[in-house]
Design a protein around this ligand. Structure first.
Ligand code: TRP
Ligand code: ZN
Length: 878
């Protein structure tokens, strides 16, 4: 039986939050037995069910099922004949308490969707979030059904020396027939989306951790043979995360083992299954020769994220999938705070805000805009979005800012005290924060329901005679699909006032007693709020949205003031952001000049600004040195001019490289003595600034700089420096480019994660023949349409290459849509997640709009399109 998802001929129906009803039956225990085989796996599931007192007492029992072969069902030992529905089984007349036994048969080898039980590299893995458990057995596949699980795995001893599931393991028993078995017991009730099974010929790296209260926990990371030497960083990150959650939130681990299994075929980053996290290899495996600093940081963050889910997601879970941000927004907030504590808080925040703007602000501005708590979906997999995750994290952060850190911690404690082992709602979380702090959060909750990024503008005036300073903050949110009318939000504006020398002034509002200099928080709650500051000694420059205290777009400060803030603010985020805004307006002025048919010069102030960064703290300087990206500039234009943006940015980079050549070279040399590879924040900062300098040096057009980049590539110090050099070379039409690409391929062709980088770098090249190059790479023997990492490396990276993806011929769009069309029949989840770049059509010129819409239509016209891709393509075209 093909393991494909439900296909649709008519438009699929929406699931709506308003229709939530509790389940008719609860399942107290689940006893699973798997007899593993690649072509035939037998699953016996014994459920002790009980009528839910909270549901009407005549409702039948519904069990979800998808792509399953039903072998047998009994109820209290007697055969029953269930009604097979489109999405599962309905069984009537089940007594108030009963034991159901269901036998299903699966074909894991044919499962190309990587949802349910599948085979990768000869080993077995499961993925059950959001609705994969129904592809293993018939079950009420909804998170408000929480059960205690025991899982018995029976498998061939040679093929599966390792057999893992949730909870604590029992002994391995030899079954005498070449097979062996094990039973895992998970004492904690959990929803079925947290079920996991991993089995196969894997090796492990082991360690241990003792919790604050003395529980000894065996830690293990399971990988394919040969990858053992790439697990140290993940293991270290795990132990650091475990200690951090104890220190910062008082949360301890609650089982005797914590296992991680890495798999190279995985739809997402990683999965927080209870006691058995399953990870994309990308977020586990690292050695300095194979992984970049960014990879190392990604591993640390994702390991922490999944570990933190043990409390925020697993012990307290979601009532239904509309509450997804309850676990994801909160857990992203927690992993961000963790990572901030591991290195530079400011640089971490800058990176997070960069990501938020690139992914979430763009989502909020397009046809797929939705609130942090959506009210309807067709396919829940489509809602694992930047809005639910990253804006969700910003909403949590704003609550912490408004009620204060200590009250936030009390709110977390109260949340766990009230809701441990429950499936709850976002409202329950906010209620705990409100009760712990005494702050009324009713109006604040609008952030969860209203989509769109608020535009916040400021005006101010200073009365020298009265020493009064007036700051007016206005907000407006533009309509989004389905939400024409927007209301004001509660926006925390962290701010300070600077005098002409960049010293902090006291910020005392009229009517307040005390005044002290430094950051304070203003709450903007209306369409317009006026704040009157008294005793302001000299005309201030306002420093607003410090540490990016709210996910809004801020405008209203003059270029002079932005330059001043970029040079003088005490808040590093505002310093960085102001500098980026100044650079963006210089570049957009150049774009405008091009559009008038004239050739722009480059504002020399830009050279000065970049030059002054070279002596600053390297990690910060590297962030500030980089000009706003082409997509960032595009986001600021009503009609995106991809070519003018590309040319303007290129010219500015060349001009900077030429004007500052000697200083850039001196900085590069000064940072060259890096010693052995270390991954602390300072070392990462040095590499990052040095590579930033190299990039400008090559942009200058000097052939010696190209040779310098090639020398850095050849030196092969570590993947960070090698890949930075390769990325720079791949943007220049020179012989070194081809040599380097060929050498890299030869060196790494047998290493999938590194080979992904080789594909990605070529897809990101700004050279004019990139569309053809990507087309050719799609036909390369190492391209594999079944592997999500490889697709993302080549095809999704290409969609991020603004100037080449938007090639006026439409060839980029066609190649992109072709891939979605080829992928959808075997992996609708990943195909659907690729649609959104085409949905940006409204922002381009008429010719490109027509080409992009044509591709969306071509996708929609397919017979048997997956429900996932149907939802994304139809909404994108609307
Ligand atoms: N819960 C996972 C996380 O954020 C996300 C995830 C992993 C997921 N695999 C998935 C979501 C498959 C949907 C489908 O950590
Ligand atoms: Zn998560």
């Amino acid at each position: 039986m093909p393991a494909d998802s439900i296909r649709t001929d008519a438009a699929p129906v929406e699931v709506r939050l308003a229709d939530y009803a509790p389940p008719a039956y609860l399942v107290d225990t689940v006893d699973l037995t798997f007899e593993l085989g690649e072509t035939a796996t037998m699953v016996v599931s014994k459920l002790s069910v009980r009528r839910n007192p909270a549901a009407p007492d005549d409702a039948p029992l519904h069990l979800d099922g998808e792509a399953l072969t039903l072998v047998d069902v009994t109820c209290n030992g007697a055969p029953v004949t269930p009604v097979e529905t489109r999405d599962g089984l309905t069984i009537t007349d089940v007594p108030a308490t009963a034991v159901l036994e269901i036998t299903t048969s699966l074909t894991p080898i044919a499962n190309t969707e990587f949802s349910g039980l599948y085979v990768s590299g000869g080993n077995y893995y499961t993925q059950c979030e959001a609705q994969g458990f129904r592809r293993i057995t018939y079950f009420p596949d909804r998170p408000d059904v929480m059960s205690r699980y025991t899982t018995t795995i029976i498998a061939d001893k040679a093929a599966c020396p390792v057999m893992l599931s949730n909870g604590n393991p029992g002994p391995v028993k030899d079954l005498g027939d070449g097979r062996h078995g094990i039973t895992w017991t998970d004492p904690h009730p959990k929803p079925c989306y947290l079920f996991a099974l991993v089995a196969g010929d894997l090796v492990s790296v082991k360690d241990s951790f003792t919790t604050r209260s003395g529980r000894h926990v065996d830690l293990a990371i399971y990988v394919r043979r040969g990858d053992e030497d790439r697990c140290a960083h993940a293991m270290q990150a795990l132990k650091t995360s475990m200690a951090w959650d104890e220190q910062v939130f008082g949360l301890e681990y609650d089982l005797d083992v914590f296992n991680i299994a890495a798999v190279s075929d995985f739809n997402m980053g990683a999965m927080e299954n209870k006691g058995l996290n399953v990870f994309n290899t990308k977020y586990v495996l690292a050695r300095p020769e194979t992984a970049t600093d960014v990879d190392y940081q990604g591993i640390e963050t994702v390991i922490a994220h999944e570990y933190f889910h043990n409390w925020t997601g697993n012990r307290v879970t979601c009532r239904d999938w509309f509450q997804l941000s309850l676990k994801e927004g909160l857990t992203v907030y927690r992993d961000q705070e963790f990572s901030a504590d591991q290195s530079s808080r400011a640089v971490k925040r800058i990176g997070d805000v960069r990501g938020l703007r690139a992914a979430q602000f763009r989502e909020d501005a397009g046809p797929l805009a939705h609130p942090v708590q959506p009210s309807a979906y067709m396919a829940i997999d489509n809602f694992y979005t930047a809005t639910v995750y990253n804006k969700g994290a910003e909403v949590i952060r704003m609550m912490a800012t408004i009620i204060g850190r200590q009250a936030f911690r009390r709110g977390m404690d109260l949340y766990f005290a009230r809701h441990d082992n429950q499936a709850v709602t976002i409202d329950d979380f906010v209620q705990a924060m409100q009760d712990a702090s005494g702050v009324d959060l009713t109006a604040f909750k609008r952030w969860y329901h209203q989509a769109g990024t608020p535009d916040v503008s400021v005006e101010d005036s200073y009365d020298a005679a009265a020493k009064r300073y007036t700051l007016t903050i206005s907000q407006e949110t533009k309509p989004t699909p389905g939400q024409p009318e927007k209301l004001p939000l509660v926006i925390p504006v962290a701010m300070g006032l600077l005098d002409g020398n960049g010293q902090e002034l006291a910020t005392r509002l009229e009517g307040e007693a005390a005044a002290k200099p430094g950051t304070r928080v203003l709450l903007a709650t209306q369409a317009t709020n006026r704040f009157e500051f008294v005793d302001v000694a000299s005309p201030p420059v306002p420093s607003l949205l410090r540490d990016f205290s709210a996910p809004v777009k801020l405008s209203g400060l003059s270029p002079e003031r932005l330059r001043f803030l970029a040079a003088h603010d005490t808040d590093p985020f505002v310093r960085w952001d102001s500098g980026q805004q100044v650079a963006a307006s210089v570049l957009l002025d150049m774009v405008a000049t091009f559009q008038q048919g004239r050739q722009p010069g480059v504002d020399p102030a830009l050279f000065e600004a970049v030059g002054s960064l070279l002596d600053q703290e390297p990690a910060f300087a590297a962030e500030a040195l980089a000009l706003p990206g082409e997509s960032t500039l595009a986001d600021k234009m009503t009609v995106v001019d991809v070519d003018a943006i590309h040319t303007a940015r290129d010219r500015a980079r060349t001009a900077i490289g030429q004007a500052l050549y000697d200083r850039l070279r001196a900085t590069y040399d000064r940072l060259s003595d890096t010693g052995p590879y270390r991954i602390d924040g300072a070392s990462i900062g040095r590499r990052s600034l040095r590579n930033g300098c190299l990039s400008y040096l090559v942009a200058s057009g000097d052939a010696a700089a190209v040779r310098l980049a090639k020398a850095q590539f050849d030196a092969g110090q570590n993947m960070t420096d090698v890949l930075a050099a390769l990325g720079i070379l791949s943007g220049v039409d020179c012989p070194e480019r081809l040599d380097a690409l060929a050498a890299f391929y030869q060196a790494w062709r047998h290493d999938p994660l590194v080979l992904d980088k080789w594909f990605a770098i070529q897809a990101l090249s700004p050279l004019p023949d990139t569309v053809q190059a990507v087309q050719a790479l799609k036909a390369h023997a190492d391209f594999d349409l079944r592997n999500p990492n490889r697709i993302r490396a080549l095809i999704s990276s290409f969609a991020g290459n603004q100037v080449r993806f938007h090639d006026p011929s439409g060839a980029g769009y066609r190649l992109y849509a072709d891939t979605i069309i080829q992928l959808d029949p075997t992996n609708g989840q990943v195909a659907a997640r690729m649609v959104s770049p085409l949905g940006q059509w409204r922002r381009y010129d008429a010719a490109r709009q027509a080409l992009m819409k044509q591709e969306l239509q071509r996708i929609l016209d397919l017979p048997n399109l997956s429900r996932n891709t149907f939802e994304m393509a139809s909404k994108s075209l609307a």
